[in-house]
Design a protein around this ligand. Structure first.
Ligand SMILES: C[S@@+](CC[C@H](N)C(=O)[O-])C[C@H]1O[C@@H](n2cnc3c(N)ncnc32)[C@H](O)[C@@H]1O
Length: 184
């Protein structure tokens, strides 16, 4: 194939804001890795942020008790987690494989302290189960700040108990807890 015929990879950026220990970010990573396949045409990366450095340290270690991985389908668990010394069964823990860890970055970020040092034009932002910790005024401010980082047509997810909080005119509700950024 000539260089002029080579397609540029499609970029896909996801932000897990309030990522906690990284379960959400690595679950999304498994799905994106599956979607990307092996042809290199989907260049995906994930950013996980949280206010707590304790949970971020755990997220970066990417080691989880096997029972926490139980809800992950068996074929994905087999492809994207690995055991250290001994088997997953004997140690009771498993680690996310390096191929996924390489594409998932974590950093400290307080949602109540904008501006956020995060790229704009993101394809997906997950802001799940954290709005409940904020006052009403803080909730609307955080949503407004977050939506500013979303691409037109980008997807925004909140927790199932949080849909009613989202009232930003730039968003269309698609399903419970699921929103999409409208054109400006
Ligand atoms: C209940 S967990 C939700 C984790 C994940 N999003 C989920 O749904 O499973 C809430 C997370 O929000 C983080 N958090 C609380 N206040 C925050 C703030 N002001 N900025 C960023 N993260 C915050 C906590 O440290 C915690 O990890």
């Amino acid at each position: 194939m000539r260089a002029s015929e080579r397609r540029h990879p499609c970029r896909f950026r996801l932000w897990s804001a309030a990522s906690s220990t990284g379960a959400e970010a690595y679950s999304a990573a498994m799905i994106l890795a599956e979607a990307a396949g092996t042809d290199g045409q989907l260049d995906w990366t994930i950013l996980g942020t949280d206010i707590s450095t304790r949970v971020l340290d755990e997220a970066m270690r990417a080691i989880y008790p096997c029972d926490q991985l139980d809800p992950v389908p068996q074929d994905l668990r087999a492809r994207y987690t690995m055991s250290g010394r001994g088997t997953k069964e004997s140690t009771g823990v498993a680690r996310i494989v390096p191929e996924l860890r390489r594409r998932v970055r974590f950093g400290e970020l307080n949602l109540i302290d904008p501006p956020y040092p995060v790229s704009h034009g993101l394809d997906v932002i997950m802001l799940r189960n954290v709005l409940i910790y904020f006052t009403e005024a803080q909730q609307q401010q955080v949503i407004a700040n977050i939506v500013g980082h979303l691409a037109i047509g980008g997807w925004f997810f909140v927790g199932h108990a949080e849909s009613m909080i989202v009232q930003d005119h730039r968003l269309a509700q698609i399903a419970p807890a699921t929103f999409r950024r409208k054109g400006d």
